[in-house]
Design a protein around this ligand. Structure first.
Ligand SMILES: [Zn+2]
Ligand SMILES: [Zn+2]
Length: 393
């Protein structure tokens, strides 16, 4: 058993699925959990049901009550006209990014329940680390759904931590999209620092996350953004990440870290242009884990997020967060670039269903990710951005 870390998962989160064609697909949760089991890193009895109920009061820590009521009402609304008025008003219309589906409120609130349960387990001192893969829906706004996100579990968990424990929270968002919903929730709060490294909003949803977004009023300085160039590769991505995050932690001095592990900055991801490999998904949790122990007495809550190559990228990336969190020997071996094969049982079970040939190893092979010809210019542009992002720290 992993005494130092809890793994939260709720079956209801597997119903958070908009439609068959939608890029957000909970199959990635099943694939990731199965990979961890096959790797010998997770047992059935270690998977915990979330134990904090997602009441309206809890949801209201980050959302307006008329929005919460509307999401609930849509489930029971028979009149098609009021259905379409409501869904349009709250960002849930058909044909848009985040379309309403029956059962949405239950599925979305189960995700909140998982992330807040993880936060509660860590803050109450039951355990040092907790992981909730289904969480990380960072684009949801107080009064509307956006970018596949309905309830902002990360923002709610941060508000919960503030409310019950008054701890200083560092939110780290490595999803390829700017963590806008969480940022705006705490933009004027000096006790919550939001850090987001992402593809520049010049070319990618949600179009924000510029380096000059640094917080407002008392919160000025407690918001850090690193917008990177399209086609950024591993070395430049990691240079910016490691060069900024250490400084942010040293200057902000958080009591707890909540990290969002969207893994859509991978070269295979269909929704973005960043060109990284699995290497960054081994390094990200390793650095965060170390910082949590060095600065926060180990307090670390991790959630999932974006990631739209469900078969080749997400299971490996999200498994590596748990391997790191539990000090599993595989995490060290992967970090040392040992050419480790993925478990045969996992490959065998999913090979026929995957639309792409599945990778054979935990890390990508060189041939899988073609080099980008403009590497030098991209690296230089990112380096200048990094200098601006950390100039006041
Ligand atoms: Zn994303
Ligand atoms: Zn640890």
């Amino acid at each position: 058993m992993n005494g130092n870390a809890y793994f939260f998962h709720h079956r209801a989160a597997e119903a958070y699925k908009f439609n068959e064609e939608h890029p957000f697909d909970p199959v990635r949760l099943m694939l990731s959990i199965d990979l961890l089991k096959e790797a010998g890193a997770l047992k059935d009895e270690e998977i915990r049901e979330p134990d904090v109920e997602a009441s309206d009061e809890l949801l209201a820590l980050a959302h307006r009550t008329d929005y919460i009521q509307a999401v609930k009402q849509l489930d029971n609304e028979a009149d098609p006209r009021s259905k379409s008025v409501l869904s349009e008003q709250f960002g849930l219309q058909d044909g848009d990014d985040t379309p309403f589906f029956p059962g949405l409120h239950g599925a979305a609130s189960s995700i909140v329940s998982g992330t807040v349960s993880a936060a509660a387990a860590v803050m109450s001192g039951k355990v040092q680390h907790a992981y909730h893969m289904a969480g990380g829906l960072h684009h949801a706004f107080p009064d509307r759904a956006a970018g596949f996100c309905v309830y902002n579990d990360a923002a709610i968990a941060i508000a919960y931590i503030r409310h019950h424990y008054k701890a200083k929270v560092l939110y780290i968002d490595t999803d390829v999209h700017h963590g806008d919903g969480v940022q705006w929730c705490f933009y004027d709060d000096p006790e919550v620092c939001t850090y987001s490294i992402h593809e520049t909003g010049k070319f990618l949803f949600p179009g924000t996350g510029y380096v000059y977004e640094k917080g407002t009023d008392k919160g000025f300085g407690s918001c850090v953004n690193l917008p990177l160039e399209p086609y950024t590769e591993d070395d430049s991505w990691l240079e910016c990440f490691e060069g900024s995050l250490r400084k942010v932690v040293a200057s902000f001095q958080p009591d707890v870290i909540l990290s969002q592990h969207g893994c859509d900055a991978h070269a295979f991801d269909p929704l973005s242009h960043i060109h990284c490999s699995m290497n960054i998904y081994s390094r990200i949790p390793a650095l965060i884990h170390q910082l949590a122990h060095d600065h926060c007495q180990g307090r670390w809550i991790a959630v999932g997020g974006g990631g739209y190559d469900h078969w080749r990228v997400v299971p490996r990336a999200w498994s590596m967060v748990w391997l790191e969190m539990t000090d599993h020997k595989l995490a060290r071996e992967i970090a040392n670039h040992k050419k480790l094969r993925l478990p045969g049982g996992w490959l065998k079970r999913w090979r026929m269903r995957s639309p792409f040939p599945l990778p054979r190893y935990w890390l990508d092979e060189k041939k899988d990710i073609p080099a980008i010809p403009r590497r030098e210019q991209i690296t230089e542009a990112n380096r200048s951005m990094l200098a601006i992002a950390i100039q006041d720290l």
